[in-house]
Design a protein around this ligand. Structure first.
Ligand SMILES: Nc1ncnc2c1ncn2[C@@H]1O[C@H](COP(=O)(O)OP(=O)(O)OP(=O)(O)O)[C@@H](O)[C@H]1O
Ligand SMILES: [Mg+2]
Length: 512
């Protein structure tokens, strides 16, 4: 007797439907799975046999063949345990075939028949929604995530016994519902900008970067507060829009990073990989490619502290995602594209000893040594960073004053959110673009017209500093954000001047 159930397989951060057929006949007791299973799927034989045995289903003298179609695509992960078990139960006549064939099943089996959550539930549930079906049966730990896309019945179950009862019509299951509880406030317990004394220009630069999603590089001597400032970026980032939250959650779900019983990633990710990270760790990789740090930082911040300490080839792979907002990974098994639209925040010292720009310390680095140090960061990478800011050491007066400390993050965040709302309205008709930093060249032409005075200012700055065409676009984008922060509909020359200044800080001082 042959029976079929349906399931879903992951492909990058998308999923596709899979038909799981089981043929149970009398013969020598064998259990074969075909249809390009990976080792986790092949091992499901042992889990399924134990689980069925432990709930009292005996398989003596049965020859079982399971086929997963489309047979030409690789199936990975333990999520096929449940659909395979259900197809076998249906083929054995334990559950009615009609109740199985119209439903989707996903879940990993424990040896006693209980169900464990699997990664990648959100993309799979999102894909199932586009199919005609009468329910998606998932482990309880995945139910909140599976319910996010809405528009379909999601049935949470605890174990195989409950699944059998449900399919036989003996148990009623309550479909899981997802309620949007949108909280626009910043997450609690984040480090606050209030703790940072002085550093007004660095804070302003970070505000502009957060408001428009621009890349930022902080250069300064040891102890000047670069790491401290970067760790506070999260506290001023605007809330995720619902579309951004779903995009980000899909990636975290595929990477298996969602909290148990989690549903949506509701705050912007902040990823700070160590400088020993490999290029596969940063960009993504594996035989079946999985997302790397750049994708986990999608719609959030990728913070690279001590930038020159990263290996040069690792930094070079950042060039594609910084330009396109996505990464394409090619492996023997498949080619996958992951979204990777993040705000890069980087920090570094100006020279190996760190004191080149510190007025109170003498720097003992030789010219060639400084040059070798700075050469670790290539021109093309630097060119993609919109805001370069010099973080000078704070003086005794700033640190020791009994005056109230700096402006709290909540005030800065309010301005950032206001500027981001203007941008959301601007890009309403453009899918996938949510902030000025994400504009393409043609969008810069459309949304950022400059007046004659602005054009003249930019022309002289281009000549003076030798900016590239890319730098031109990036300066205009930053000036658009600065204008948005002041609520101005037009880009004025004062906005352009500030944007040019962010670009010129390092070009003269360190990078020649
Ligand atoms: N502006 C500031 N206000 C208050 N405390 C500060 C400030 N700058 C630095 N500090 C103090 O100095 C410590 C070191 O700062 P931080 O680690 O951010 O320096 P850094 O610039 O990253 O140095 P390095 O180049 O060595 O990494 C902070 O944890 C903080 O206690
Ligand atoms: Mg530091």
């Amino acid at each position: 007797m042959i029976a079929t159930s349906r399931s879903l397989a992951l492909y990058g951060i998308d999923a596709y439907p899979v038909e799981v057929e089981a043929d149970v006949s009398t013969g020598l007791p064998t259990f074969t799975i075909v249809g390009l299973p990976d080792s986790a799927v092949r091992e499901s034989k042992q889990r399924i046999q134990s689980a069925l045995h432990n709930i009292g289903v005996r398989l003596p003298g049965k020859k079982i063949t399971v086929n997963m179609a489309p047979a030409g695509r690789k199936k990975e992960g333990p999520g096929f345990d449940l659909p395979i078990a259900v197809s076998i139960l249906s083929a054995l006549g334990v559950v009615p075939a009609g109740s199985v064939s119209r439903r989707f099943f996903i879940g990993e089996l424990a040896l006693d028949g209980t169900l464990r959550p699997v990664r990648g539930m959100l993309p799979m549930s999102d894909r199932a929604r586009r199919e005609q079906h009468s329910g998606l049966v998932v482990p309880r730990g995945n139910s909140r995530e599976a319910a996010v896309p809405g528009g379909q019945n999601v049935y949470p179950v605890d174990d195989l016994v409950e699944v059998i009862g449900f399919l036989k019509g003996e148990i009623d299951l309550e479909p899981a519902l997802f309620r949007w509880e949108w909280n626009e406030d910043a997450p609690d317990n984040l480090p606050d900008f209030e703790d940072v004394r002085g550093q007004e220009s660095a804070k302003r630069a970070l505000e502009v970067a957060a408001a428009g999603g621009h890349n930022i590089l902080m250069v300064g001597p040891p102890g000047s507060g670069k790491t401290m400032l970067a760790k506070r970026i999260s506290s001023i980032l605007p809330p995720l829009t619902p579309e951004e939250a779903i995009e980000t959650t899909k990636i975290h779900s595929v990477a298996g990073l969602l909290a148990p019983d989690g549903s949506l990633v509701c705050s912007r990710p902040f990823r700070a990989p160590h400088h020993t990270v490999s290029d596969a760790g940063l960009i993504g990789g594996g035989t079946v490619p999985g997302p790397g740090e750049v994708s986990l930082a999608h719609n959030g911040v990728l913070f690279l502290d001590e930038l020159p300490e990263f290996r040069r080839n690792v930094l070079e792979v950042l060039r594609q995602p910084l330009e396109d907002g996505k990464v394409t990974i090619t492996r023997a098994a498949m080619t996958t594209t992951f979204p990777a639209d993040f705000m890069l925040a980087a920090a570094m010292n100006p020279c190996p000893c760190g004191y080149l720009t510190d007025p109170s310390h003498s720097c003992n680095c030789t010219g060639p040594k400084v040059q070798r140090y700075l050469e670790r960061i290539s021109g093309p990478l630097l060119d993609r960073i919109d805001i370069h800011v010099d973080v000078a050491p704070v003086g005794y007066d700033d640190l020791s004053s009994d005056l109230p400390t700096g402006e709290p993050s909540s005030d800065i965040r309010r301005r950032v959110v206001r500027a981001r709302k203007i941008q959301l309205a601007r890009f309403r008709a453009v899918s996938g673009v949510y902030c000025n930093g994400g504009m393409t060249t043609s969008m810069v032409r459309e949304f950022c017209p400059l007046d004659d005075k602005g054009k003249a200012l930019l022309k002289s700055a281009m000549e003076l500093y030798g900016f590239s065409a890319r730098a031109y676009d990036r300066i205009v984008k930053v000036s658009r954000t600065i204008a948005d922060l002041t609520g101005s509909a037009d880009i004025g020359s004062e906005h352009l001047a500030e944007a040019v200044q962010y670009r010129s800080v390092t070009s003269g001082t360190y990078f020649g």
